[in-house]
Structures are given as structure tokens and as C-alpha cells.
Ligand binder design. Structure first.
Ligand code: IPE
Ligand code: IPE
Ligand code: MG
Length: 234
């Protein structure tokens, strides 16, 4: 990438196309998820090398429970092995956070998630937020419930409800997404970062996620850099 590029602070990626990638090769869908997980690890490292502050990846949506049990179990087991094998050296300077509703997860997975979130990674360059059992609408419902509870407890008054007080109660602890990338050819959000994407730039790409490379990320960032963000102004 050239030096004049404007880097986004927060990139969101909808890691889509794993199933089609596997199907094209006559492989079971879970092999696509496996390859997709490897790509995720490499792209996280690349974001660290580039100095991207926040990377949010969509790994499993609140709607993905509609898939066959075998596939859902496969994705959760991949998450387990990713968390168990996280190499300390390779993950230096990368903090991991999970966003989404954690209530349905098994105890052992929750423990692994917590260990990853508490790992000592040294000075943090990139924070990777993994959206697992995440839905943008669920996130907003969760924030509204917290607000109601805070009002009931006398910690907040209804006059204080604002965009800021809602933002502060979302799962994601990041600024809004600057750039949202969706590979796989689909051009929709599928319930990803609904609130946080109000002024995001979108880049849709034809590549399937397991084929996504560092060069594809460069291309998306270059495209972002050419956009003229106005935020409603002139
Ligand atoms: C995204 O890839 C990963 C998850 C939703 C878990 P898909 O599994 O949706 O792949 P396609 O869209 O069927 O190719
Ligand atoms: C979005 O992809 C969810 C993830 C990538 C984790 P889907 O494959 O579930 O989205 P739809 O069904 O094509 O909208
Ligand atoms: Mg898909």
C-alpha cells in the first residue's frame, strides 16, 4: 500500500462465503469454516502490522442457530481450538474481546473466552472483537433493557436517554465502524453492527472469505481512502 492512504480506525468484516468455498471443492461446509478461521488469524496479524486500532469480525450471528446442529457444533468447536491454540508470541499486541449474547454458551467455552480476554498481550496495538452469537438488533434490545434497569434503580433518569447513553450500553466498546467489508458477493449487513454502521463506508467484494488475502484488505482500505465522508455536512 502507498503511504498516502488514510487508515480506518475501526474495520468490521463479515466473514462470509465459507460454505460456498467448501462446496466448490466438494468438501464438507465445516472445512470452509476451518480455512476461514486461518484467514481470520492472518488478517488479525496484518491489521496489527498496519496499526489498525479496532477490528470487529462477524463469526456467528444470532440467526446462525437456524443451521444444522452439526454445522453449529463445528463452528463452536473451531472457536474452542482457536482459543486453545492461540500462540502467545503470534498474538502479542492483539487484545481479544467477544461481543454478543454469551448466555447460551457452554461453561468450557465461556472459560476459554474469558482467558483470551484476560491474556497478557503487552502493549495493545489492535483490539479484535469477535462477534459470536451477535445480532445488531439483539445488541440494541440488550442496551434498552439496561437503560430500563438503570432507571428503575435510580441510576439514570428518562431525560438522560440519548444516543450517547445507548452507545455506552452496547456490547461493543469501540468507536463506530469506519469501514465495513463483506466478501462473498452478498451485499447486505445481515444484522451486523446496525447501530455502529450509521456512517460506515461499505466495501463489498466478490472473493469468498477463505480466499481473502492481505492484498484484498489493502484493496478495501484503498477504496475507503478514496471515499469522501461527509457525515451529513458539506
Ligand atoms: C460464514 O460463511 C460463516 C458463518 C456464518 C458461520 P457461510 O457459512 O455463511 O458461507 P456461505 O455464505 O454459506 O458460503
Ligand atoms: C452473516 O452471514 C453471518 C456471519 C458471517 C457470521 P450469513 O451467511 O449468516 O448471512 P446471510 O444468511 O447470507 O444473510
Ligand atoms: Mg453466508
Amino acid at each position: 500500500m502507498t503511504d498516502k492512504i488514510l487508515l480506518p480506525e475501526h474495520i468490521g468484516i463479515i466473514m462470509d462465503g465459507n460454505g460456498r468455498w467448501a462446496k466448490k471443492r466438494g468438501l464438507p461446509r465445516n472445512m470452509g469454516h476451518k480455512k476461514g478461521a486461518e484467514v481470520f488469524e492472518d488478517i488479525s496479524k496484518y491489521c496489527k502490522e498496519l496499526g489498525i486500532k479496532w477490528l470487529t469480525v462477524y463469526a456467528f450471528s444470532t440467526e446462525n442457530w437456524r443451521r444444522p446442529k452439526e454445522e453449529v457444533d463445528g463452528v463452536m468447536n473451531l472457536m474452542r481450538s482457536y482459543l486453545k491454540n492461540m500462540k502467545k508470541a503470534a498474538n502479542e499486541h492483539i487484545a481479544v474481546r467477544f461481543i454478543g449474547d454469551k448466555t447460551p454458551f457452554d461453561e468450557d467455552l465461556l472459560r476459554l473466552m474469558e482467558e483470551a480476554e484476560n491474556a497478557d498481550v503487552g502493549e495493545v496495538i489492535t483490539t479484535v472483537q469477535i462477534a459470536l452469537n451477535y445480532g445488531g438488533r439483539d445488541e440494541i434490545v440488550h442496551a434498552v433493557k439496561e437503560i430500563v434497569n438503570d432507571i428503575k434503580a435510580g441510576k439514570l433518569s428518562s431525560e438522560d436517554i440519548s444516543e450517547e447513553s445507548i452507545s455506552a450500553r452496547l456490547y461493543s466498546g469501540t468507536p463506530e465502524a469506519d469501514l465495513i467489508i463483506r466478501p462473498s458477493g452478498e451485499e447486505r449487513l445481515s444484522n451486523f453492527l446496525i447501530w455502529e454502521s450509521a456512517y460506515s463506508e461499505f466495501v463489498f467484494m466478490d472473493v469468498l472469505w477463505p480466499d481473502f488475502t492481505r492484498k484484498d484488505l489493502d484493496k478495501a482500505i484503498e477504496e475507503y481512502s478514496r471515499r469522501n465522508r461527509r457525515f451529513g455536512g458539506l
